[in-house]
Design a protein. Structure first.
Length: 335
């Protein structure tokens, strides 16, 4: 099948190539009758403009890239959904990259996105090793916004949730139900959200004199939670409550406990984190620390387009939301 060119459209409409370009890019500058002839020729020939070539000439794509830790985690799906309407209204499109919690994979993705000169980047970094690469992007006028991660020393805008406070909420909820032995499941600790949630949990346990056992999950998914519970149950005296770094890990913990005949919440309570839809829909509905998932994505996109519009005069902003605990059946027993 032969692909029509802009020259073919111009010839069919009896206009110049420049006029066709104006119809596509600046239609307000073209007379209505001429515009109709060009549009009719485009429809007849089935012409599709080469946007890649146009972006190459302009030195910038219309893609906003979002790099997440795990595309299978509904938390990140909701973050993307929050960002997408703003990107769409700005005439752009979202490209989602899954780092898989793998630093090398993340670095490779950032290299490619830099080469493509994306319009901007929203990212939940695996750890701080990407700092230099992210600064290279901003040096090439590609704004970067950190998502679900505080900026710390990073020279970027960021949107995050107070995860230390979230850890406190979860632990306090369990302590108030009489638990004096709590397990924390999440990993790797190089992911700041994981370590911050543990820090908040540890604060409350120390204040209450509760025993805390920390288990590093292989990954932040169902399998990771299930494997960590296997380790926990080998202890001579397993904890009576589990706080998990996210809801997928909590669902895995629920599976593992059920497989070993441990009743939830009668023999072991569970609290997750994120409050994804699956938390409420679990066989035993999970208590969870809720994050404003869509709002994180929406705010990150707003900050990104503010920086694009303001250019060098932009002042970075770091937005921190407060989490809230949603109590359900998985903790609905007092010891």
């Amino acid at each position: 099948m032969t692909t029509s060119s802009m020259k073919d459209v111009a010839r069919a409409a009896g206009v110049s190539v420049g006029t066709v370009s104006n119809v596509l890019n600046r239609p307000e500058a073209v007379a209505e009758e001429t515009k109709r002839r060009v549009q009719a020729a485009i429809a007849k020939l089935g012409y599709v403009r080469n946007d890649s070539a146009r972006q190459l000439r302009a030195g910038r794509s219309r893609n906003v890239a979002i790099v997440v830790l795990d595309v299978a985690n509904p938390f990140f799906t909701d973050v993307v959904r929050g960002a997408e309407p703003l990107v769409d209204s700005a005439g752009g499109v979202v490209t989602v990259c899954d780092s898989g919690e793998d630093v090398r994979r993340e670095q490779r993705q950032l290299e490619i996105l830099e080469e493509q000169r994306v319009l901007g980047l929203l990212i939940t970094p695996v750890d701080d090793s990407s700092t230099e690469r992210l600064e290279r992007l901003t040096d090439h006028d590609i704004p970067v916004v950190l998502v679900d991660r505080g900026a710390g020393l990073h020279p970027h805008c960021s949107v995050a949730v107070d995860d230390v406070h979230g850890g406190r909420l979860a632990a306090r909820h369990l302590v108030e139900r009489g638990h004096t032995s709590i397990a924390y499941i999440g990993g790797p600790l190089s992911i700041s959200q994981v370590s911050d949630r543990l820090a908040g949990c540890r604060e409350v346990c120390e204040e209450a004199g509760a025993r805390l056992e920390a288990f590093t999950s292989v990954s932040l998914n169902v399998a990771g939670g299930r494997q960590a519970v296997e380790q926990m149950l080998r202890l001579p005296s397993p904890p009576t409550a589990v706080f998990c770094a996210n809801d997928l890990v909590a669902l895995g913990a629920l599976q593992g406990l059920t497989m070993h005949g441990v009743k939830v919440p009668e023999e072991c309570a569970i609290v997750g984190y994120d409050d994804i839809d699956f938390a409420a829909a679990a066989a035993v509905p999970l208590s969870s620390v809720r994050q404003p998932r869509a709002q994180l994505g929406r705010t990150a996109a707003q900050l990104l387009f503010e920086e694009i519009a303001e250019g060098k005069g932009h002042t970075h902003r770091n937005v921190v939301f407060q989490p809230e605990l949603v109590a359900r059946a998985s903790t609905d027993v007092e010891l």
